[in-house]
Design a protein around this ligand. Sequence first.
Ligand code: ATP
Length: 514
Amino acid sequence: MTTETVSIPPAQKNMEDIVALCKRRGFVYPASEIYGGINGFWDYGPLGTALKNNIRDWWWKCTVECPPLGPDGEPLSIVGLDSSIIQNPKAWVASGHVGGFNDPMVDCTESKKRYRADHLYVLRHKDEGPAGHMYAYIGGDKDSEANAAKKLSKQYKVDLPSPDLHVTSLVQISTDEFHRIVGPDTKKAGTLTEPREFNLMFETYVGATATDDDKAYLRPETAQGIFLNYKNVLDTMRVKVPFGIAQIGKSFRNEVTPRNFIFRSREFEQMEMEWFCAPGEAPQWYEFWKEERMKWWLSLGIDPANLRFRDHDADELAHYSKMCVDVEYMYPFTAPGFGELEGVAHRGCFDLTQHQEHSGQKMEYVDQARNNDRYVPNVIEPASGLTRAVIVMLCEAYTPTPERSGAKEMLKLKPKFAPIKAGIFPLVNKEGMPGIAQELYMDLRQKFTCQYDAKQSIGKRYARMDEAGTPFCFTVDGDTATDQAVTVRDRDTAQQHRLALDQVETFLEQMIGE
Ligand code: ATP
């Protein structure tokens, strides 16, 4: 029997194993798989949908239904919204997305691949003369980094790791030096084009004629739907500044390089909240929401060692943004580095002012608590990805269990988020055991997502539940009829103990509620 499994550092987890488990157990499938898939799109299977919904519901509960208390101990007021994916295209002109939602991209004329310029890094030798090669690789892609290092170390006959090799971001390299760069997927130099702007918004046409006048966009973020309804909410909901509007929903970006499983996809879900406040109070609210958001991520059961804040440097900030911090997670594909999970931004009054100018509608607020001061509220925006949260939870929970018989992997999900809360088994299919187990199942299924399983050995049934992340299994055995008790088996420790049948429901309630 195994003892408690310790949490495994992300660097020791293999992304391919995680993706394979997700496919095998119905968490995530490639979209349109029978037609060869479509790059950047994913379908969530039965268990993935349940996991995603559980995270979504928890965010909604913590943000809208039961928001935290403010710094003064007073309850905060946050209302929910579900705005349309397609809006008047003028909204995207005002928001700056039509003119500026561009990523500079680089094409490779040889491999025909396209990369985001800010994702490419170049490895060069410190004494690199004007004729020498530099090797480009995709940031966070350890294989191509190792490849580039290998080629360069061979060329210069230096041992790795070498203090002589330097990494520079591609965007910092002058375009007259591009002819010296060997692209990530080629062998020869000079195949990368200069960075070019590429708008990330998906276009569509509204109505039958499909002329330019009918052009519309799929939203690239849920936030703008909130700004568009700021006045409606203010006029109809009796809210007073400061208050928040929250929204969860799909967003679409024609990402240049969708990659790392569902980390960066072209269709994804966001959980965003715009907090409208008086301009003078914005810095305090920024600090407040920064801390609250970290607390929330920790409430998902993520190891604090795998989370961190990264403040944006001044040159990284959008021109309207006054402060911005990312909450980052150590993904197996970024380890020992971190990657973005959520951005918390102080957006000033940029968005409302833009919509005021472009629509001609006043966005001013008359603050009765401040001598009827008139101002356009400032906004603090915690913007996170729901599907990004799903990959974080899968990576965090994924735990190889080579010491166990049966499944060699488990998902150590916090019970609250597990798609299936309990497995209910008869030890064998005789001596009245299936009857009692069925009865227990019929009882529990009214409250919890449960699975009754009577097929194959008990070890195999436990293993199936471990892979699905089911925290508890209840087994009816030969003693149950007389002692009115079942065996509870804990996913994480594989330990078992006896529990009275009439205590099972309370036990599950307690364990899931934590
Ligand atoms: P990047 O610079 O990496 O493209 P971003 O900083 O533009 O991302 P935001 O616009 O701040 O991202 O989006 C807020 C959140 O939405 C991100 O923190 C992330 O969790 C999620 N998100 C953004 N783009 C994607 C995507 N293509 N796939 C999945 N989630 C995404």
